[in-house]
Design a binder for this molecule. Sequence first.
Ligand SMILES: [Zn+2]
Length: 347
Amino acid sequence: MSIVVLQLPKVKRQTETRPKKCKYCKGEILQRWGEVKKPVQDTKMRNVRVYRYKCCSCKRTFRQYPEGVDRADQTQRIRKLAMVCWKLGLSYRGVALVMSAFGVSLSRMSAWRDVQEEAQRQKKGKRWKPVRILGLDGAYVRGWGKKRPVLVAVDLGEGEPVTIGYINEHDPRAVKRWLEPLVKRLGVSVIVTDDLFTYRQVADDLNLAHQVCQFHVRRWVGRELNRLKEEIPKAWLWVLEKIQAIIDDLPDDGDKQLFELWKQLPGRTTQPDEERAPLEQMRDMIIRLSERWERYIQFVDDPGIPWTNNGTEQVIGRMKMRARTVRGYKNWQGMQSGLMISGSSIS
Ligand SMILES: [Zn+2]
């Protein structure tokens, strides 16, 4: 069992310092211009003291809110608490119920709004942080009417979701359109993905280093080898063992070793419109592995690159676990915020 330390924002009854500058013109001479009691929804207080100031340069007045309070009725502490309750699996009705235990009456609607706002706030905080190594993976999530394809981008340095696109990972053009500005803004130089055609093309188009998740490679190669074992002539079984050994060891010159293997196999005998014979399928597989070899061993020379896309899968796992108990997101905005919150670790 893991221990979760939950830090909620502090809320103060009143500010302890005067503002230094006018929030409109940055003028420095300010005059106290009365005070108001602002009613708030919070676990500990019913109202806070808000001072108003008048700027002597531009003559405008403004309010200075104490820590943890802003224009909203709910304090930041309540909003954060609502978000955490939702993330732990409560419905919006459930969130409102928990709040009532703290003496806070929150409608289902404001519970929903609080969660959405918290997601927006987190998104803003993350936008400009550089990300060197980005994990990408597609998933399907229940949404309005049916399952919707999403593409999840994860900062593999921190293991936190960066953003989510309403994109099908099997569409290379859509993925590229979505990824290109993200790569520029965050300064991404490496992507980690599964062994899908889309990602190879996008990595090449955008000039990114590419690590293919070794779990995926081992899975599909293992499946192919098992199938071929039953179908190729016995005399060639040693080739399968050789392929397996190369995949297990991931040597630097694996591409060359595979190419040498390829040269030892008989050439094509079937016609172009005929189905490939098992031996030819094995030969094709060898050349395919050889061509992709560089994408399999990117991690060897760069200790920052993980050799699997496990970090991304963990984030998607958290998103899916929460999505199971949501009856279906109502629209893209709600889905995106919901997935972002449930995919991030509690903070
Ligand atoms: Zn001013």
